[in-house]
Design a protein around this ligand. Structure first.
Ligand SMILES: Cc1ncc(COP(=O)(O)O)c(C=O)c1O
Length: 394
């Protein structure tokens, strides 16, 4: 089928890259050891900090998010160190796998892929660990396979109540610059981020925001590292440089994306995503379909994962929607394959893009013969309009 107009990329990352960011990257490559690069490097290394709500250092890697997972681990632990992790879905499983391959012992709290990391469970496990054997609590903030957001501030309070010295490490790959996240205030020691979601960039950059406590742990950490070594990065970073060839043009894109986020203002970015989360869930409920996330306190504002009715395949629905409307939706990952589709509503995105996305899904449900009620789009539009009316005080 011949498609016209723009493709709708509504997977939960990579997200749509704004033209401004694309234009900013469309320039000749410069000498990464020269003065122009030093200015660019220094600027992005400084301006990325408020996005993590930190005043501390943020390291930028030329890698996908998985690299930043590995970096967080090899910089802070020694072989056979014990860590506490929570099964929230596909991505917590993968991060656990990284930890195991790096030689850590992982205490993995089982989950049903419909909820977030349990603060109560964290407190209980840490309170039992009188000798402080557990070196870190590691949580995926926004589980991209399920659309569930773990309550990091509450996890912090659990660690404090247990009076436990464990580090707190958080993966914000699909929440950063979309949902409120406070590295400093929540006492997070290492925050892992990626470029391709809320930051509105192509895939290819990843981040570690690092606390003082994590830097202290880094001094004793014995796991081997070279490419990911924070110290190797932080030294040249002071002058705006990198220890190896940086992703120069991605950094131009990052500079523009940070400017855009600054112009909009982070609180407005979070409010915008909250509206999209609300409106999308209103559509799903009106269709009579089931949201994967069970607890409204854990709803994700960057994506919504939706169960298919029994006997209907999510990949078939996604195929029909792609073929007919040039709209890409996220697939169900690992054990949710075929059972779930995911709607990405994050990044460079506006009300009409959401309306178009939900329209494509509603028409797709009809074409695919999936039992549903009409009126999902109407419910979402009502929700979007009502929140605008509230904003203008009507
Ligand atoms: C929450 C989360 N963590 C980690 C990753 C892995 O990142 P990447 O695919 O960029 O390596 C992803 C990717 O979607 C993710 O959503």
């Amino acid at each position: 089928m011949l498609h016209t107009g723009r493709h709708f990329l509504q997977i939960p990352g990579p997200t749509n890259v704004p033209d401004r960011v694309l234009r900013a990257m469309d320039r000749p490559v410069i000498d990464h050891r020269g003065p122009e690069f030093a200015r660019l490097g220094a600027e992005v290394l400084e301006k990325i900090r408020p996005v993590f709500q930190t005043t501390g250092p943020v390291v930028i890697y030329p890698s996908s998010g998985s690299g930043a997972w590995e970096a967080a681990i090899v910089n802070t632990f020694s072989p056979r160190d014990r860590v506490l992790m929570f099964e929230t879905g596909h991505f917590s499983n993968l991060w656990r796998e990284v930890a195991l391959r790096m030689g850590l012992q992982v205490e993995y709290v089982a989950g049903n892929w419909r909820g977030g990391a349990s603060p109560a469970e964290a407190e209980a496990r840490l309170a039992e660990d009188k000798d402080g054997v557990i070196k870190a609590v590691m949580v995926v903030h926004n589980e991209t396979s399920t659309g569930v957001t773990s309550r990091i501030a509450e996890i912090r309070r659990s660690i404090d109540r247990a009076r436990h010295p464990a580090l707190l490490m958080v993966d914000t790959i699909s929440s950063l610059a979309s949902m409120d996240y406070r590295h400093d205030e929540w006492g997070v020691d290492v925050t892992v981020g990626g470029s391709q979601k809320g930051l509105m960039l192509p895939p290819g950059l990843s981040f570690n925001a690092i606390s003082e406590k994590a830097l202290a742990a880094n001094k004793d950490a014995k796991l081997p590292r070279y490419y990911w070594d924070w110290q190797e990065m932080l030294k040249p970073n002071r002058a705006g440089f990198f220890p190896y060839t940086p992703a120069t043009n991605m950094l131009y894109g990052l500079r523009e994306a940070l400017l855009m986020l600054h112009e909009e203002g982070l609180p407005n970015v979070f409010r915008r995503h909250a509206r999209y989360g609300e409106a999308t869930r209103a559509a799903v409920r009106a269709w009579g379909l089931e949201i994967v996330c069970e607890d409204p306190a854990e709803y994700s504002n960057s994506l919504t994962a939706v169960f298919m009715p029994e006997g209907h395949n999510a990949d078939r629905l996604r195929e029909i929607i792609l073929e007919n409307f040039d709209l890409s939706l996220g697939n169900g990952l690992s054990k949710l394959a075929g059972k779930v589709f995911r709607i990405g509503h994050l990044g460079s995105f506006n009300d009409l893009m959401l309306a178009g996305t939900l329209s494509g899904i509603e028409m797709g449900l009809e074409l695919a013969g999936v039992p549903h009620c009409a009126g999902g789009v109407a419910a979402a539009l009502k929700c979007l309009v009502e929140s605008k009316l509230v904003a203008v005080g009507n």
